[in-house]
Design a protein around this ligand. Structure first.
Ligand SMILES: NC(=O)c1ccc[n+]([C@@H]2O[C@H](COP(=O)([O-])OP(=O)(O)OC[C@H]3O[C@@H](n4cnc5c(N)ncnc54)[C@H](O)[C@@H]3O)[C@@H](O)[C@H]2O)c1
Length: 384
């Protein structure tokens, strides 16, 4: 095989970007376009010279591709992913890989054949800023980690955004709000850089800034191994918002904000200095180190290229889909902790959380306004 024959399932905002990227990527060719809205499938098939399908089962039965990209609303990532891998297709699933941890476990356990490539669209892992920060942490340059804070409150979304899709921002349609739609990227990066916490206390505000039944503002406190603590703050209702990642280690402090990484390095590690200094108010002397980084990486196109290279040449995946369970577990635990009003230890009890979500769905009385469905035209552009 010198080209991967690929299908896109779900041709909305991000599915449309995947179609464009496939057209530009020499290692893949689009053979099928699938959406439950026939007009979308027909339009994409015609534009890109592929065959149209109106349901994923018919597409999987047709055997005209080697791989699928699943870009449907989140719940279907699990069901379609299980069916796709069961039928022998290489699978690239959008984030979040599933809505809740129990579904992640079901999806991951369907990946039984090691020859099948199973990847997740964590495009921000291709960003050199996060790669550099990860290198600095993993290499031990920062020393023992003391604190990790991420304020990511620039995921601003209007009410029109939430009203633009029947599935958006309901327990039944999406299974969560900002934590499940926008933050999978940040939570994935956070666990990729510093690992998983041992405990989370989440405070999630439901429909605080928008008329929605899920969370649109979150503050979570995390406890990590070895005394490190963390704070994660996010919102879709704050403008201009902030994207500031700050990691304090024994050997210094790293801050990423405004397209800049500044590393303030202690000449003497903080824990050593505080034990050995004879002065009461002295501080370790520091060096300011600017970390040069250029550009924000290849994003979705780079994940697609890596997926194709993994199928064709066994290249190592940038984002193996199995790792997608961690961001879902963190998001679920933040919500679960907030609903229960207490800290929750990890690993999260996936069955208990699933029951909680089913209860929220069963008790929902929210009436979804979909008045702007089909009228929003600026969403696809936001991913470029
Ligand atoms: N990686 C990223 O940067 C990124 C960006 C945006 C969205 N996403 C993810 O992509 C997914 C889709 O988001 P979107 O904003 O494109 O949504 P969307 O509503 O714009 O598009 C979803 C499409 O899937 C179709 N669909 C629904 N159920 C289907 C099914 N069972 N089979 C086939 N088609 C089906 C819908 O008709 C629609 O066209 C979400 O999980 C979201 O989190 C990822």
């Amino acid at each position: 095989m010198d080209k991967v024959r690929i299908a896109v399932i779900g041709l909305g905002n991000i599915g449309s970007l995947h179609l464009e990227n496939i057209a530009k990527e020499p290692r893949v060719e689009l053979t099928a376009a699938c959406d439950i809205v026939p007009e979308k499938a027909k339009a994409a098939a015609e534009r890109y010279g592929a065959k149209a399908f109106f349901d994923s089962d018919s597409l999987l039965a047709a055997k005209i591709c080697d791989a699928v990209i699943i870009a449907t609303p989140h719940y279907a990532h699990t069901t379609i992913g299980i069916a796709a891998m069961g039928a022998g297709y290489h699978t690239l699933v959008e984030k979040p890989i599933s809505v809740h941890k129990a579904d992640c476990e079901r999806l991951i356990s369907a990946h039984t054949d090691p020859d099948i490539v199973f990847a997740a669209m964590f495009n921000q892992r291709t960003d050199p800023y996060y790669q550099k920060i990860r290198d600095l942490v993993k290499s031990g340059e920062l020393g023992k980690l003391l604190r990790v804070n991420w304020i990511i409150s620039n995921w601003f979304r209007t009410q029109t955004y939430y009203d633009s899709g029947g599935w958006r921002a309901t327990w039944e349609g999406e299974g969560g709000g900002v934590l499940l739609n926008q933050c999978p990227h940040n939570l994935d990066l956070m666990q990729w850089i510093v690992g998983m916490p041992l405990q989370i206390r989440g405070f999630c505000d439901i429909g605080k800034r928008h008329n929605i039944e899920v969370e649109d503002e979150v503050t979570a406190y995390m406890v990590y191994p070895d005394g490190c603590t963390g704070l994660f703050v996010t919102s879709t209702g704050e403008a201009p918002g902030t994207n500031r990642l700050e990691i304090a280690g024994d050997q210094g402090k790293l801050v990423m904000e405004d397209d800049r990484i500044l590393y303030t390095r202690n000449e003497i590690p903080a824990t050593e200095f505080l034990q050995t200094s004879k002065a009461a108010f002295a501080r370790p002397p520091v060096w300011d180190v600017t970390i040069p980084v250029q550009g924000h990486g290849g994003a979705h196109a780079a994940i697609l290229e890596n997926f194709a290279n993994a199928i064709l040449h066994g290249e190592e995946l940038i984002a193996p889909a199995e790792e997608g369970i961690h961001s879902v577990e963190m998001a679920n635990t933040m919500l679960y902790s907030s609903l229960k009003g207490k800290p929750i230890d990890l690993p999260l009890d996936s069955a208990a959380y699933e029951q909680e979500l089913l209860r929220l769905i069963a008790e929902s009385t929210f009436k979804k306004d979909t008045s702007t469905e089909g009228t929003v035209t600026d969403m696809a552009a936001s991913f470029n």
